[in-house]
Design a protein around this ligand. Sequence first.
Ligand SMILES: *Cc1c(COP(=O)(O)O)cnc(C)c1O
Length: 375
Amino acid sequence: MIPFNKPYLSGKETFYIEDAVGSGKISGNGKYTKLCQDYFESKYAFKKCLLTTSCTDALEMCAILANIEKDDEIIIPSYTFVSTALAFVRQGAKIIFADSNSENPNIDVAKIESLITEKTKAIVPVHYAGIACDMEGIMNLATKYNLLVIEDAAQAIDSYFIFKDGTKKALGSIGHLAAFSFHETKNIISGEGGMLAINDAKFIHRAEIIWEKGTNRAEFFRGEINKYGWVDTGSSFLPSEIISAFLWAQLEQLDFIQNRRKELWNLYYKLLKPHENLGFKIVEIPNFATNNAHMFFIVFDSLEKRTKCIEKLKNNSVMAVFHYLSLHKSDYYKDKYSGEELIWSDHYTDRLLRLPMYFELTESDINKIVTLITE
Ligand SMILES: *Cc1c(COP(=O)(O)O)cnc(C)c1O
């Protein structure tokens, strides 16, 4: 059987977990949390990182930091995971769903401006499959209308945006805030896990408080104050050192993991590209983006072809899966939605197929998968 995903283990995870356990410090914000946060800050130039228990939690921290209140409007793509919307819905926000673009499932930046109103507080671009949204266009709109940009970079670790002047910046380092996931289905994992990246320094102080149950405990641990107490809202967003120790073992091999994933991605591309005339399209990486090989997906020209292909693969023990269902049509939101048709979001809902993608996938697995698809 070729599964859709298989979590990669570096082999050092339990070693670092034992070290954390043996040290007697297993709650959060200890040695391994700091190692991971420092690593991300220096490798990707985020101003400040805080590990969280999930990307969903990091997005909830963003909603609190942005002071989202009832009836504030947040612009997000409809073609995304529930968490992107949920974090803001919990604060009472109204979600304004935007369509994807015709080239890939990312938000169509040309459609954002007409969705902005007096009540708009933030734009939340999602870098689908780790492919950058047009961050230059989004940041320009945000400046023009004084909006916050919160990147859902759940799938986007180790991926970059290239500005028109040639500057290259890591995804998650461009918006005011960004959220990453280390869920076992992502490139770099800790089972469940996530991270808040803060690029606008004015959020750093309050983020640490929200992270630590609304207390100023982080400052207390640094010896900056001599007692700590309740100073703001918040929750328990920080992971234990056991999770961070696991993550550290992955970070030591980040480049190694990424290189292998990119090799596999390139092989899929090479073998499938000549067959696009059979009724599917491979999404190209835009010139302003890099590839982090989070996912390999194809877009069929009909739902019927996708269904047949999934069947064919499944009958031959290959697990390929479709992805999101447009959120504006979800059971939870459809009665609240009053916007227009989102044809591209529905297009990807019906036609996109994700192929197996994980470190241990082999060249012969990919050959087998490609043969089945072309058949
Ligand atoms: C995985 C994912 C999330 C949620 O991540 P968790 O760490 O499981 O909370 C949110 N948004 C997107 C786009 C994702 O792919």
